[in-house]
Each structure stands twice: as C-alpha cells, then as structure tokens.
Design a protein around this ligand. Structure first.
Ligand code: SF4
Length: 115
C-alpha cells in the first residue's frame, strides 16, 4: 500500500499549532505523524475518515444535523448562564463563529486551556 505524504501539516490539538508535521496517510487513516509530539501523534493516529457514528445524537438517539442544531440552539437560548467552551480541535473559522455566538448570547467563552 502506497501512502500519501503531506508536508507541513498543522496540528491543532494543544494550541501550540505546530505546522511542520509530516503525515503519511491512505484514504482512511494517518499511519505516521513525523515531528509531532506524543500528544500530536496520538491525535493524528487515532482519528480516521471512517464514518463510525451518526451525524448527531439527541438524548443518545441518532438525529439529523438540522434537528441537533435546533435542539442545541434552544438549549443555548433558554440557558441562564450559557457557556461556550472547548474549541481545542477546531479551525480558526469555527473558533471565530464560537466567539460571535458567545457575543450574541452574552455567554462566557472559555477554552480547555483553563483547566
Ligand atoms: S504536535 Fe504536540 S505540541 Fe505541537 S500542536 Fe500538536 S500536540 Fe501541540
């Protein structure tokens, strides 16, 4: 099996955003993540393109993405003290949307780094 080599991949796991990672991958899985630290290697090697889960869950049951977004929006709208939290494995564009959503809700915004 011949693996594709991707030079200068960016790791978004911990926030350091190392951008010199060399990935060796097939269509489903990354087999090597050269120059990544132990956390980055674990992150790259344990995520696949396999579709193992439904797009969304509501109360543990499979749901469409639209249904899940509506339920999540209602939870956020009804919350007394909304918190927008996480974002460690998300793109800059997604983080920007999280900040805008927190502004709209008057929510607290925090990342996993506060732990
Ligand atoms: S390779 Fe390691 S240090 Fe670099 S961003 Fe990934 S987890 Fe952080």
């Amino acid at each position: 099996m011949e693996l594709k080599v991707i030079e200068n991949a960016t790791c978004t796991f911990c926030g350091c955003v190392c951008d010199d990672i060399e990935l060796h991958a097939d269509d489903v899985r990354i087999h090597q993540a050269k120059k990544a630290c132990v956390l980055g290697k674990s992150w790259f090697l344990n995520h696949t393109a396999e579709k193992k889960y439904p797009d969304a869950l509501i109360d543990g049951q499979p749901a469409s993405l639209d249904e899940a977004i509506e339920v999540a929006a209602n939870h956020l709208y009804e919350a007394d003290m909304p918190l927008v939290y996480g974002m460690s494995n998300t793109t800059c564009e997604a983080q920007k949307e999280c900040v805008a959503m927190a502004d709209l809700l008057g929510a607290l915004l925090d990342s996993h780094t506060s732990l």
